[in-house]
Design a protein around this ligand. Structure first.
Ligand code: NDP
Length: 264
């Protein structure tokens, strides 16, 4: 029995990495999926994901938008409504993590990071929730990070601040929207080998340290995040609200060890 049969969903940053895995898990569970992307040159990648969804017998569409721009987000929500129907599951996955140590972070990096990782959740969720409220039905799931809870690296203070802000935004939205039967939750991955981490995981010593630091002695996978999203989007999670589900192998419950803090 498929858990999300005929549900209409939107995944921001759904063209690659964790977002792509979320798209595929939603489709496998019977949902129709709108795949948001941002970079023009990656449209083909989004279309390839759309085709994979359609091969599963589900409807899919691709839609370009900068989640940090209200005009873009409004146009995206309207396009999804027109092509698939009203969004019942929103996954705020789009995110960036430019690696810059605190003393080198520019205003541009700060703004871009917060616009994508925080304002993106705010804009997309507010516009989607406007449609969910009259129907008394909706699931909003934000992809956060171990960085929502702890300092994970010395070179992404702005990212950590944005992911911590996303955590509090998740809680605030959950309290306000719960009465309309809209669940707002989050998933917190640890390091996953996507484009975001390609550069630092390319160093075999850093990869080894990342694996060694994790209590499960392995990196996480994008599919595991998709599995958690499916659960939070399903009826099985109907009483879960305002929760950050860590999918991190226990990393954030482990006391820090000296070798966890080597710079990369
Ligand atoms: P990737 O770098 O592989 O993909 C990032 C995605 O975000 C792309 O689809 C990209 O679109 C999209 N995106 C970036 N900026 C915008 C924007 N302004 N508007 C719309 N979409 C945008 O990252 P991951 O798949 O690894 O990360 C996905 C999420 O998971 C992020 O929120 C990240 O912070 C989080 N996360 C990742 C971890 C990891 O180790 N990989 C660990 C913890 C959390 P496009 O391709 O078109 O540019």
């Amino acid at each position: 029995m498929k858990r999300l049969l005929n549900k209409i969903s939107l995944v921001t940053g759904g063209n690659r990495g964790i977002g792509e895995a979320i798209v595929m898990r939603l489709a496998e569970e019977g949902a129709d999926v709108a795949i948001n992307y941002y970079t023009d040159s990656l449209r083909e990648q989004a279309i390839a994901v759309q085709k994979k969804v359609e091969e599963l017998g589900r409807k899919a569409m691709v839609i370009k938008a900068d989640v940090g721009k209200k005009q873009d987000v409004e146009a995206m929500i309207i396009a999804v409504e027109e092509q698939l129907g009203e969004i019942e599951i929103l996954v705020n996955n789009a995110g960036i993590a430019p690696f810059e140590p605190f003393m080198q972070v520019t205003e541009e990096t700060w703004d871009r990071t917060f616009n994508t990782n925080v304002k993106g959740i705010f804009l997309t969720s507010q516009l989607a929730a406007k449609r969910m409220i009259p129907k008394r039905n909706g699931k909003i799931i934000n992809i956060l990070s171990t960085a929502s809870l702890m300092v994970t690296s010395p070179v992404i203070p702005h990212y950590q601040a944005s992911k911590a802000a996303g955590h509090m935004l998740t809680k605030g939205m959950a309290i306000e929207l719960g009465k309309y039967n809209i669940n707002v939750n989050a998933v917190g991955p640890s390091t996953i080998d996507t484009d975001m981490c390609t550069d630092f995981l390319a160093d075999p010593e850093i990869r080894r340290q990342e694996i060694e630091a994790n209590p499960m002695k392995r990196l996480g996978t994008a599919k595991q995040i998709g599995d958690a999203v499916v659960f939070l989007a399903s009826d099985e999670a109907e009483q879960i609200n305002g929760h950050l589900l860590m999918v991190d192998g226990g990393l954030t419950v482990k006391a820090a060890q000296p070798d966890d803090h080597l710079e990369h």
